[in-house]
Unconditional design. Structure first.
Length: 171
């Protein structure tokens, strides 16, 4: 009985220590900046009036609009592969821009991890690619439904012809 009481005390002490550690870690996490604070800091650090940043943002908006409005599969395919190529080579492009930032920017936005380039270029391109993919999936499902309806109509006509032919043979 005494061993059970001792085990119970040890478990209680272990749980108390666990909860103290958990409380300390939660307090430390609460003191750290949240994601919204990080995003605000990111937005404040960037000079959004720089001509090249405005150009990138306008081109991203026009590209997204073209993806939404265009019905041409060639345009969508070109945008998709261009975006895929840029996203695939984002690290190389980021390092190239990091070497030459003085020519077009007032400050070096291009860190070795490519966070800025990813946020400004790659993420919107991935969004464009996702929208194109969804559009193709919707178009494919619509075509599949249309073809299945045509197949069912064809089978119904074929059945009607077969029944008419069988009816003539029997009379």
């Amino acid at each position: 009985m005494e061993a059970l009481e001792q085990l119970k005390d040890q478990a209680g002490a272990a749980f108390e220590e666990l909860f103290e550690n958990l409380r300390a870690k939660m307090a430390a996490a609460h003191e750290q900046a949240g994601i919204l604070d990080s995003l605000r800091g990111f937005a404040a650090a960037v000079d959004w009036k720089e001509p090249w940043i405005v150009g990138v943002l306008v081109s991203q908006a026009l590209l997204f609009l073209a993806v939404l409005v265009s019905r041409s599969p060639q345009v969508k395919m070109a945008v998709f592969f261009l975006a895929a190529g840029l996203v695939y080579n984002a690290e190389r492009v980021n390092s190239l821009l990091a070497q030459r930032w003085q020519r077009f920017a007032t400050q070096n936005y291009f860190d070795k991890h490519g966070v800025f380039f990813c946020a400004l270029v790659s993420t919107p391109l991935l969004l464009d690619m996702f929208v194109i993919l969804i559009q193709y999936l919707l178009q494919t499902s619509s075509l599949l439904i249309s073809m299945k309806r045509k197949e069912l109509r064809h089978r119904a006509r074929q059945r009607a012809r077969d029944e008419a032919a069988n009816g003539k043979k029997n009379t």
